[in-house]
Ligand binder design. Structure first.
Ligand code: ZN
Length: 319
């Protein structure tokens, strides 16, 4: 659990309070949370609230993709108001149910905003959830915080003169991931399967699965143009061309995984291989290819490898 804990703290930017994990009302943190805002092709990207939050203004109220952690919600929503000039959030889309994405649901729901998600996300938020990414449980959220419009696959909404599309990424980071495409702005908000220049993590305890992760990169690769700005749940924005490049790397890795899988190796072995440890009779394939070039760019992939491999193992060898 040390690794998962460390990852969680890193991805959350700050340590979560027990109250936030339990889905209890958040303490106002506007004073101590610093939210940075940058323009991305006319959309506002807000960082510092626990995940990347994207906002689009409209006279009827802002459209928000993800809302940050509950403890940063008041700071995030304040920054959204000042960045968009909109007094309220009319629509909030949750890319998935993790605490970093859904911490503003209660405030938005109570103020009468529409919350859109995958149906699996709504079901998850209505109960208590453990995760491979944190200790303890998250949820259930109060009824007002639950999504009011859900899809199993895809949906569109007309917002500020633009046709905004959201679509399911099957069993990738969780089993209820959506991405949101703003074609007029040439921006795609990818949610959990993308983490900027760091390694994304597959929540294998909640239906995240390496096959789905690969399929998601294929879907994203079909939707983006080379210069599309792709914003993941964490990290800096990427380009569409980065997604295509990563898709190829993750496919290569998939082949390597199966070589190791057929030899009977476990997730810990994959991590050791990647560190270059020699095992008798086995070439350390993962260390040499295909991640070699990416480690300098994206850091230590140990947790990504472990969780990706664990997800394959769990799906192939059920309990
Ligand atoms: Zn997540």
């Amino acid at each position: 659990m040390t690794l998962t804990r460390r990852h969680f703290l890193r991805n959350s930017a700050q340590a979560l309070s027990a109250a936030a994990l339990a889905g209890l009302p958040a303490v106002s943190s506007a004073a101590r949370t610093r939210i940075d805002v940058q323009d991305v092709n006319g959309l506002a990207l807000l960082t510092g609230g626990g995940c990347n939050v994207v906002a689009l203004p409209s006279p009827e109220g802002a459209l928000l993709v993800d809302g940050g952690l509950a403890e940063h919600s008041s700071a995030v929503l304040k920054a959204v108001r000042s960045a968009t000039g909109s007094k309220r959030v009319a629509t909030l889309i949750n890319t998935h149910w993790h605490p970093e994405q859904t911490g503003s649901n209660e405030a938005v729901g109570k103020a009468g905003g529409t919350i859109i998600s995958h149906e699996v996300t709504r079901l998850a938020l209505a109960r208590k959830n453990p995760s491979a990414l944190y200790e303890g449980t998250y949820g259930a959220l109060p009824p007002k915080a639950l999504p009011t419009v859900t899809t199993y696959n895809t949906g569109t909404l007309e917002f500020a003169g633009e046709q905004v599309t959201y679509r399911y990424l099957p069993a990738a980071h969780t089993n209820g991931d959506l991405f949101v495409h703003f074609p007029k702005h040439n921006v795609l908000v990818a949610g959990g399967p993308v983490a900027g220049r760091s390694w994304p993590v597959i929540d294998w305890l909640n239906g995240g699965f390496y096959h789905g992760f690969l399929r998601s990169y294929e879907i994203l690769s079909e939707v983006v143009k080379p210069d599309t700005v792709v914003i993941g749940a964490q990290g800096v924005p990427l380009k569409g061309s980065d997604i295509v490049r990563l898709k190829d790397v993750y496919w290569e890795l998939f082949k390597q995984f199966f070589i190791l899988f057929n030899k009977g190796f476990g997730p810990e072995d994959v991590v050791e291989f990647n560190k270059g440890k020699e095992f008798v009779g086995v070439v350390p394939v993962v260390a040499d290819r295909p991640l070699k070039g990416l480690i300098e760019e994206m850091g230590d992939p140990s947790q990504f490898l472990e969780f990706a491999y664990r997800s394959l193992q769990q799906a192939t060898i059920p309990y």
